[in-house]
Design a protein around this ligand. Structure first.
Ligand SMILES: Cc1cc2nc3c(=O)[nH]c(=O)nc-3n(C[C@H](O)[C@H](O)[C@H](O)COP(=O)(O)OP(=O)(O)OC[C@H]3O[C@@H](n4cnc5c(N)ncnc54)[C@H](O)[C@@H]3O)c2cc1C
Length: 242
């Protein structure tokens, strides 16, 4: 018998912050406490809302947990801080022991086991966050699928969870990762510039009933990549947005 409590709330509930990890110069992972036997009621890729009152105004923003969906006792969100950002800045000001109002999970562009055998991921910067738990899930649960990640960033310092992706490339023969930098450092041997149709054709699975592509990043990148994938023959339902 499974005694695990699965949490999903429509109204904001307070969650205690128990751990903060610095991932890059502007990105941190925040760990929130759940009861020891509780997990979020979600699939990988579903999202939460973080709520706060900032300058007298109630605001909320969506965040996709980066932790595995079936862990109990805690969950993580990985958040990039925008200098002029309302909630991202608010979250980065929180300290261990503080409580944050969170509702959800809500259905996002999620992964369902068995939905594809060849899975592409195209992420721009913080657009990696919805894909983190999906990639972790497929690899650690040893789900039979070939994964190809194209991860575009401005600089090398912006690559979120780089050590993890490099480790997965070494440890899992079904995981492939291609970095793309707009401003590469001297000696960079990876891809450079912006995402092009050639790059997508080279690294992503070709369209087919067993293929899908998760896509997340700045709106101009999403629009361009989505249009190209459709030209390649990807059906609407084969392109999954957050
Ligand atoms: C389903 C979903 C899941 C998301 N998951 C995550 C996540 O896991 N981690 C995460 O860090 N973010 C995530 N986001 C983005 C997040 O919801 C906020 O938009 C982001 O944190 C900025 O909010 P803010 O209140 O700090 O900035 P705002 O006050 O909304 O905006 C302030 C400034 O930041 C700029 N800005 C805002 N968002 C972006 C952006 N995405 N790219 C470039 N500039 C931007 C605006 O143009 C503006 O100048 C997700 C969004 C969606 C829709």
């Amino acid at each position: 018998m499974n005694s695990m409590t699965r949490i999903k709330t429509k109204t904001p509930s307070p969650y205690k912050l128990t751990h903060i990890e610095t991932d890059t110069h502007d990105t941190k992972t925040f760990r929130f406490e759940l009861p020891a036997d509780a997990t979020l009621d979600m699939l990988p890729g579903d999202f939460l809302y973080v709520h706060a009152t900032v300058n007298g105004k109630q605001v909320k923003r969506a965040y996709t947990p980066s932790s595995l969906p079936d862990i109990t006792g805690s969950f993580d969100v990985t958040v990039k801080r925008y200098e002029t950002g309302t909630i991202s800045k608010y979250l980065h000001e929180q300290k261990i022991g503080d409580t944050v109002l969170i509702s959800g999970p809500n259905t996002g562009g999620h992964w369902v086991d068995g939905m594809a055998k060849r899975v592409g991921f195209v992420a721009g910067g913080t657009g990696i966050t919805p894909m983190v738990s999906i990639i972790r899930w497929i690899l650690t649960k040893k789900i039979d699928a070939e994964l190809s990640l194209i991860f575009a960033n401005k600089t090398e310092q912006d690559i979120i969870f780089r050590q993890e992706w490099d480790r997965y490339v070494r440890d899992y023969s079904n995981f492939h990762c291609y970095y793309l930098l707009e401003q590469p450092p001297a000696g960079w041997t990876g891809n450079t510039g912006r995402i092009t149709p050639d790059l997508l054709r080279q690294y992503l699975p070709s369209p087919g009933p067993d293929a899908c592509v998760f896509l997340c990043g700045p709106p101009p990148m999403i629009d361009a990549v989505e249009a190209t994938l459709k030209e390649f023959g990807y059906p609407e339902q084969g392109i999954i947005l957050p």
